[in-house]
Design a protein around this ligand. Structure first.
Ligand SMILES: [Fe+2]
Length: 223
């Protein structure tokens, strides 16, 4: 049987308590890292010259124009996602303004000099609001790429201006595989351009069978 002096026991107890405290500190540290885990903020992009002049309609279906029976030309696209803050919390009641070119690459904006045709059944803009879980959703058509100067073709994209209670973000959503993505200076100005690029997916049964679906989550700082 080993015989320990009081000093030995004290030393052993101190060492044991130190180990316990160190383990506690480590787990506290892990917990604090976990609670501080941050989502990457969605990169900002330029507003661009074609922000709508008129009041944006509160209409989550951009594929038709009120008062007209026709349907917008092009690939029907369901765009959905959530607006979150960097802690992953939903931003409820955020306002999303969206605007885009039509399926020929033309905006319904008086300053767009692209000779591509207008689509009488497509205005290409709307204002939306997130629900309690931060979700938004709208139906539109896939925009086309368009020329923007002598040596630049902008890849297909949809513009967003998102306003929460504390933050406003202006950005653009792009499509994976667009042949003009690699040379676009605006998309490539983003440190993490994959955060702005969505993937076209086939629809689930709740959507029109010939439509496509993309998911674009938007992360504000505070929300
Ligand atoms: Fe644009």
């Amino acid at each position: 049987m080993a015989i320990y002096s009081i000093d030995d026991l004290s030393r052993r107890e101190i060492l044991r308590m130190s180990a316990v405290l160190a383990a506690s500190a480590a787990s506290l540290s892990i917990a604090s890292v976990a609670s501080a885990a941050t989502l990457p903020r969605t990169p900002g992009q330029i507003l661009g010259p074609f922000y709508p002049l008129k009041e944006l309609p509160r209409n989550a279906d951009l594929t038709s124009v009120p008062g007209r029976s026709g349907r917008a030309a092009g690939q029907i696209l369901n765009v959905m996602g959530r607006v979150l803050n960097v802690s992953g919390e939903p931003v409820r009641g955020a306002t999303l303004e969206v605007w885009q070119a039509n399926s020929y690459g033309r905006y319904t904006h008086p300053s767009d000099t692209n000779p591509a045709p207008l689509d009488p059944n497509f205005d290409g803009c709307a204002v939306l609001m997130t629900d309690l879980q931060g979700h938004y959703r709208f139906k539109t058509i896939k925009p086309a790429a368009y020329p923007a100067g002598a040596n630049l073709i902008r890849p297909a994209h949809i513009h967003f201006q998102v306003s929460g209670r504390n933050d406003r973000l202006v950005t653009q959503m792009y499509f994976e595989g667009d042949p003009h993505n690699d040379k676009d200076p605006f998309l490539n100005s983003a440190a993490r351009k994959e955060l702005l690029t969505t993937q076209l997916r086939d629809p689930s049964s709740e959507f029109e069978p010939d439509s496509k679906v993309v998911t674009f989550d938007i992360v504000l700082y505070n929300g």
